[in-house]
Design a binder for this molecule. Structure first.
Ligand SMILES: [Zn+2]
Length: 291
């Protein structure tokens, strides 16, 4: 099985760990978690189902179903696409992730400064389908073009600004098309009552790319951020105590992005941004159309 790789360059420091906030050591798990987060948002945005791996409705491999005929697919029937790729209870991830330098060396790669070129390698331990490769490749593209890469996207430490901007140097190749992937995601829902049921009662707080907003020409200072999140009376965008706001702004990259819990909140955000004189914001739906 061929390894998948994507080459990136840091535009700002990348926050890769919670213990060592100076990011001296590359912590693969933080980057992996961030990629998974965008992958899940993309799957949901395309109408597929991705569970919250930390929530009560998370997937597990059905070992009993698997045992009957020894078919892996039977055990995976109720497992969402994100868990199939990244793993869940009873099912190991399909790949081992490595961060290397451009020569393929794993070692002292410093991502705590701009201008560092590095490689994210996905070494398959199980067959990764073309649809999964497409989703991984587009998740990486989204992170670079519109979003950011971080140890914990939703818990950004307040002292450090402008973390996680990366540039795509060499994208990951994929042979599937968007139509293939949409069909494949739909098939997974049709094949499983559990998935169809969990999709129908999915909490709106689960990040869904359709309800994201992105701006690649402006950034928001603290005052503008507060003004923006105030349009949401539910407090979702402001974040609970210990959580960050659902808006992320990067003065250096002149970029901001954020997410809402649905159509209505998204409309309020877009309206407010225009009132604030901020143009050029695109929605996740528009970004999905670009894929
Ligand atoms: Zn899942």
């Amino acid at each position: 099985m061929e390894k998948l790789r994507v080459v990136l360059r840091t535009l700002t420091p990348v926050h890769t760990g919670d213990v060592d906030r100076r990011s001296r050591e590359v912590q693969v798990s933080g980057i992996r978690g961030s990629i998974r987060w965008w992958y899940e948002a993309l799957v949901r945005g395309m109408g597929g189902y991705a569970c919250d791996p930390t929530g009560p409705d998370s997937c597990r491999f059905d070992y009993h179903a698997y045992r009957v005929r020894g078919e892996v697919d039977e055990g995976l029937r109720d497992v969402c696409p994100a868990c199939r790729t990244f793993g869940c209870t009873g099912w190991k991830s399909k790949f081992h992730m490595r961060i290397t330098d451009v020569t393929g060396k794993v070692g002292d790669i410093r991502l705590d400064r701009p201008g560092m070129t590095f490689v994210v390698e996905f070494l398959p331990v199980k067959e990764i389908s073309q649809e999964e490769t497409w989703l991984l490749s587009k998740a990486m593209w989204l992170i670079c073009e519109y979003g950011s890469l971080g140890g914990r996207t939703t818990l950004k430490p307040p002292k450090f600004k402008d973390l996680g901007l990366v540039e795509l140097v060499e994208p990951m190749r994929s042979e599937a098309t968007k139509e293939d992937v949409e069909w494949w995601l739909g098939k997974g829902i049709d094949a499983s009552e559990s998935i169809a049921g969990r999709l129908s009662r999915m909490p709106p707080e689960h990040p869904d790319l359709r309800y994201f907003f992105f701006n690649r020409g402006r950034w928001l200072d603290a005052k503008s951020m507060n003004e923006l999140v105030a349009v949401d009376p539910s407090g979702f965008m402001r974040g609970k105590i210990g959580e960050s706001k659902k808006v992320f702004s990067f003065s250096r990259g002149r970029r901001f992005w954020g997410y809402t819990s649905g159509e209505e909140m998204l409309s309020s955000v877009l309206e407010k941004l225009l009132q604030m004189g901020i143009k050029g914001t695109v929605t996740g739906k528009e970004v999905i159309d670009e894929l």
